[in-house]
Design a protein around this ligand. Sequence first.
Ligand code: ACK
Length: 304
Amino acid sequence: DKQDKKLKQVYFYSIESIAMATNNFAAANKLGEGGFGPVYKGTLPGGQEIAIKRLSRNSGQGLREFKNEILLIAKLQHTNLVRLLGCCIEGQEKILVYEYMPNKSLDFSLFDPSTREFLNWTQRMNIIDGIAQGILYLHKYSRLKVVHRDLKASNILLDHGLNPKISDFGMAKIFGVQESEANTNRIVGTYGYMSPEYAIKGIVSMKTDVFSFGVLLLEIVSGKKNYSSYRLERPLNLIGYAWELWMEGRVLELMDSRLDNSSPKDEIRRCINVGLLCVQDHPEDRPSMTDVVYMLTKDTVKLS
Ligand code: ACK
């Protein structure tokens, strides 16, 4: 149909070329476990580095996510979305091929004790802006009205220049022209990033992504995970903590000791304010991504 004509060129790879690129899916080439199977690093004969996602079992769920990802991402093109180069569909094999992102995911850059100090303020702000631009494209400029539904630090990959690229479209949902909200009984996503109306009632809208973006933003500026994955006596609830500090006018304390005289304090404060607007309980109180992008570049933000 008309939409299909907008498909960008997706290359079809043979299973032999993928096997060769990844050293026969060698354990040493494995990058990790993705939503529907393992992810490997590979190198094409010309030297281009790739990342491949291999559907592990042809389970209904995995196959659905695989199809969703390929149909969607093939139609999307933006500097802040990870680029799909092609796929391999041969017999039982179903593989997606992406450009390789050498700087791993944001989860790794922010929270890994050995590397987390390496993102400076300029880089953090650039990452926040890039993610916002990517989501704005999905919501508005892609002409498809796409809600990602699973925005989180581990789904944001970093390229050579530490620019963010949103990945993992397996759970994304396309909204019709007139549609702005949907009910789902298949609540997929990640605890801690899910908005209350989605987690509790299964209501999905663009405001679902806005909430997750707010959580991500607070994680990026604070360098803290939004919740503790292991239940220590006092799990950190970043949102509650950030609100508490904001009410007391001490929001920069969210940054702990990482602020010094050269830190762009006004910019950081503005950024945190935008994040707090995004994580409000009621979706109608949250800004749209258009508002978010506008506010991130403006001097003043008023909390309603
Ligand atoms: O944090 P990571 O290193 O970044 O670990 C996960 C793992 O695969 C499972 O999803 C990594 N990954 C996914 N896609 C890519 C890609 N295009 N380039 C590099 N690494 C990737 C992800």
